[in-house]
Design a protein around this ligand. Structure first.
Ligand code: GCU
Length: 415
């Protein structure tokens, strides 16, 4: 029986429970030879030109992803304010200004706050472009400066100094600042603690009395709330005279790469969208069924996508959409997709094909999209309005990945 048939038989004919999850995990494919031919829905079918795409097709596609995948798009809260918690003028060996900012939101009588860490090049003579991304474990893990405030849900015993800075390679603040860019981060747990049961401790509570609110998983998702947080970070950047907020790249690794793609789709103020090993529900095509599939992701992380996605699980091959269309929502802005060789769970080749397929929308805008016909060799950067590389190594965001993002920014951002 073919892989797809096997998958369909399991997910369409059995009760969705932990036992089924085990069985579906057991057939997860890592082998390209098991892939079957497929046809992708075309993003440009019936689209006349770039204007037609922007005014007609794009809003429909965005609504489709909102209704069926990532949930309702959350607005800016009624009241938003920025509290400067600290400023350090001689950060990173006197090369950067470091700011810690608390973003306060109020809506419908509820309030929420989360803390950001921001580095800005010290010698800049004019406002600088910036990178914005969420981190997994707290701001204090992203850099080796011991006086960075603790954030995130890291348990007390892990907040000790020896656990600090353990994710600093994922952030590369020193290199980014040296190249002339600011970089801001916040811990995603502080926006929505990453658990199905935690929505009542998340920023989603700000909106729980709006019309039609049915709850997380029903018509809202944690990915949607994290993306909302990224937009609020951009609101802050717009208010900071040291930042050129018209040139901000949103980026993220893995589940936060899925989030960065959705943030780029929902907030066109982001001028570059970076997906790092985002995999299933991110840049990877669901039709291929290599690595993680929608059934597994949705069962393990039910708060990431809306319930409506369930109608397509087992029918990925005939679904009216696939993930290349999420990438198309970045057009005509800069888009970078990164994979890693030892990350079959995220289907690197499926991420490449998706970036390639999204090029047809970029072509409407007179751009080539991704300038590559076939997968590049590991560690080779393919740079264009759509960029791609596959790093040698595991599921992560590493200096080699940053090397590419900075190269893209150097090429296209104006400094
Ligand atoms: C799990 C999940 C992936 C996700 C990853 C991560 O592996 O299955 O979909 O991308 O976690 O966020 O690290």
């Amino acid at each position: 029986m073919s892989l797809f048939q096997n998958y369909k038989d399991l997910v369409l004919n059995h009760e969705w429970n932990q036992e089924l999850l085990k069985q579906v995990r057991a057939i997860v494919a890592e082998d390209e030879s098991l892939m079957e031919p497929f046809t992708l829905p075309s993003g440009v079918a019936d689209v006349k030109d770039a204007m037609d795409w922007m005014t007609n097709k794009r809003p429909k596609l965005l609504k489709f992803f909102s209704d069926n995948v990532y949930g309702r798009i959350l607005p800016r809260p009624q009241s938003l304010s920025f509290e400067v918690l600290s400023i350090k003028e001689d950060a990173l060996n006197n090369t950067a200004i470091r700011k810690e900012i608390r973003i306060h939101s109020e809506n419908n009588g509820k309030s929420h706050a989360f803390d950001c860490l921001l580095y800005i090049p010290k010698n800049a003579t004019k406002p600088v472009p910036a990178f914005a991304g969420l981190n997994f474990r707290g701001n204090q893990l992203t850099i080796d400066e011991l006086d960075v405030r603790r954030s995130g849900l890291v348990p007390e015993n892990e907040a000790n100094h020896d656990k600090r800075a353990t994710q600093k390679d994922l952030w590369c603040f020193r290199e980014t600042v040296a190249r002339g860019y600011a970089s801001i981060t916040a811990c995603y747990h502080d926006i929505f603690p990453d658990s199905a049961a935690a929505w009542d401790r998340s920023a989603l509570t700000l909106f729980d009395n709006v019309d039609g609110f049915k709850g997380c998983h029903e018509n809202y998702t944690s990915i949607g709330v994290w993306a909302w947080g990224l937009s609020r970070m951009l609101d802050y950047l717009e208010s900071d005279p040291l930042i050129d907020a018209s040139q901000v790249a949103v980026h993220g690794l893995s589940r936060l790469g899925k989030t960065a793609l959705w943030a780029g789709a929902t907030d066109q103020r982001f001028k570059m969208v970076v997906s790092n090993c985002s995999g299933c529900g991110g840049a990877a095509l669901s039709r291929r069924l290599l690595g993680e599939n929608l059934f597994i992701m949705h069962t393990v992380f039910p708060h990431w996508l809306v319930k409506n996605i369930e109608q397509f699980i087992g029918h990925e091959d005939t679904a009216p959409f696939d993930q290349h269309e999420l990438l198309e929502l970045a057009a005509p802005r800069l888009l970078a997709v990164a994979s890693a060789t030892a990350d079959s769970w995220a289907d690197p080749h499926g991420e490449f094909l998706s970036a390639k397929a999204a090029s047809e929308v970029y072509r409407l805008f007179g751009s080539e999209g991704l300038p590559a016909e076939t997968d590049p060799s590991p560690d080779q950067y393919v740079t264009g309005h759509i960029s791609y590389h596959i790093r040698t190594g595991v599921h992560s965001q590493q200096p080699l990945d940053w090397g590419h993002y900075l190269q893209i920014a150097d090429k296209y951002f104006v400094k």
